[in-house]
Design a binder for this molecule. Sequence first.
Ligand SMILES: Cc1cc2nc3c(=O)[nH]c(=O)nc-3n(C[C@H](O)[C@H](O)[C@H](O)COP(=O)(O)O)c2cc1C
Length: 229
Amino acid sequence: MADRLGVVRVDYDGEGLSEDRCPGAPLPIVRAWVEAAVARSAAHGDVPEPTALSVATVDADGVPDVRTVLMRDLDERGPSFFGGLDSAKGRQLAARPRVAVALTWPSMFRAVRMRGGAEELSRQEVEAYFRTRPWGSRIGAHASPQSEPLADRATLEAAYGECARRWPDTGSPDDVPLPPRWGGWRVVADRVELWAGRRSRLHDRIVWERVAPGGLDEPAAWRRSRRWP
Ligand SMILES: Cc1cc2nc3c(=O)[nH]c(=O)nc-3n(C[C@H](O)[C@H](O)[C@H](O)COP(=O)(O)O)c2cc1C
């Protein structure tokens, strides 16, 4: 049956999520779901960007904003992502370091949500990641004052060409310096939710709420509960 947008209704038929599969702290299962999405992407191609992370911030007027980035790391401290420090997200996070993020894998009937604080990554962490990026992406980071008004496409390409001439590709990770206003953030979650779609919209929702300081891998820091779908 198609709905009003012409979209065929799908009865989500995932394997669900039971308490006995959920550890006392969320990291192991979040990581397992990310790894499963990455593996599925490689095997079936129906999860095009398995680490695509929706990042919601709040502007100075309290109006929410959201965009998609790529999650680049995930450890007990939280997921991290990169972008321009003076971009809209960068300015919003500098003024109000609160964030909500979501990973969504519709073909797997799974989603993960987190909310909490955002902390800026150290220059060492940013540099270490920047050096792993392909030359063209490193040049692009220099060429683009992200989120600023841009007159036309030609201006962007001219800026890229100028940076490419300035820092030619030598095959070394040192050929392009880290742009001073390019950085990254880590989400320090105080709430984590896993959603597993099931038949007749009777989905499983398991929530971990922070009750004490500690990493995403420390059961003593979290209280786990279930939510109505
Ligand atoms: C799949 C996908 C991945 C993206 N990855 C990043 C990223 O890792 N970092 C980034 O700054 N922007 C990324 N973008 C672009 C952002 O969605 C956004 O346009 C940009 O960060 C500027 O957002 P802002 O003006 O709210 O700061 C990505 C977009 C898509 C659709």
